[in-house]
Design a protein around this ligand. Structure first.
Ligand SMILES: [Cu+2]
Length: 297
């Protein structure tokens, strides 16, 4: 559902949506906790942002949520290219073996070190008899986060997260300054937005070029012209953002999203060109709740 449609839905059913949000216990965050005393007659607008925010909470902070639990087969690993396996169980403790495809896959697996390095987005294989998912990932020493993004057959979409500890000497990498330009395998990718306010729908446009020439023949990847995974520094809260439907073969891909809180985030853009998938990485500081317009400044 687009932001505009959500706004209309809000206007049409303010009380109902508000009640649902409260009942669902998802009305969290500073917008809800600290209503702006200067808002006055703009209370309605503030309420709209709360509902918007509720739809854009990060995922992946819990290994068990929504009645589903992710359990890593081996929560401790050694460094190197390693097998990684896990099982998703339902509220009865039974392994989930039936999934509804999302973006051409039954399950999307994100593996990332806690310092936001080592990002990998892969698609493991399900053993339908045991319900165990398995793949291989590249691990270095340190604390890692394993995130799964899936939709149990007939159920709601879920994002679960679990810790994976990898033995060895660990030198955490600093997040570093904001970075809106990425260089990967000869491609230059820019993130065209200077100011990113929290709590407001924001358009992020990535532009891909190679050797100074715009890339205009991007290939679809998992049913879209690009996939953007957003992880929040500090807790690795997860947002998976898909492009506008009108985004085509490049060079620009536009993403609509709402950052749930101020802070620093790392953004990982997966794009496909020349039959290869590459990942461009950006670092962005999201400012405190903005002026509410969501427009570029
Ligand atoms: Cu995926």
């Amino acid at each position: 559902m687009s932001g505009r449609i959500r706004v209309l839905a809000f206007v049409a059913g303010c009380a109902a949506l508000f009640a649902v949000a409260v009942v669902a216990g998802r009305l969290v965050g500073p917008v809800a906790a600290e209503p702006d005393p200067a808002a006055g007659h703009d209370d309605e607008m503030a309420g709209m942002e709360m509902v918007e925010g509720a739809h854009h909470d990060v995922g992946g902070l819990e290994a068990s949520a929504g009645g589903y639990t992710m359990t890593l087969t081996g929560p401790r690993q050694t460094a190197g290219r390693q097998p990684l396996a896990f099982t998703i169980t339902d509220a009865d403790g039974d392994p989930v073996t039936a999934y509804d495809e999302q973006h051409e896959r039954d399950l999307h697996l994100i593996v990332v070190r806690r310092d936001l390095t080592g990002f990998q987005h892969v698609h493991p294989t399900l053993a339908t008899d045991t319900g165990e998912w398995s793949t291989e990932v590249e691990l270095s020493a340190g604390a890692w986060r394993v995130l799964t993004d899936f939709q149990p057959s007939g159920g709601e979409p879920q994002v679960l997260g679990a810790d994976l500890l990898v033995e060895g000497d660990f030198a955490p990498a600093p997040l570093g300054p904001d970075s809106r330009t990425a260089h990967v395998d000869g491609y230059d990718v820019t993130l065209g937005r200077e100011r990113v306010p929290a709590g407001t729908e924001t358009v992020l446009t990535t532009t891909i070029s190679r050797a100074g020439e715009p890339v205009t023949d991007l290939q679809p990847y998992l049913g879209a012209s690009g996939h953007l995974v957003v992880l929040r520094e500090g807790d690795l809260g997860y947002l998976h953002v898909h492009p506008d439907e009108e985004s085509g073969a490049g060079p620009a891909i536009a993403f609509h999203t709402t950052f749930p809180s101020p802070g620093r985030y790392r953004l990982f853009l997966d794009f496909r060109h020349g039959d290869e998938v590459r990942t461009a990485t950006f670092t962005v500081t999201v400012e405190s709740w903005g002026d509410g317009t969501g427009h570029d400044h």
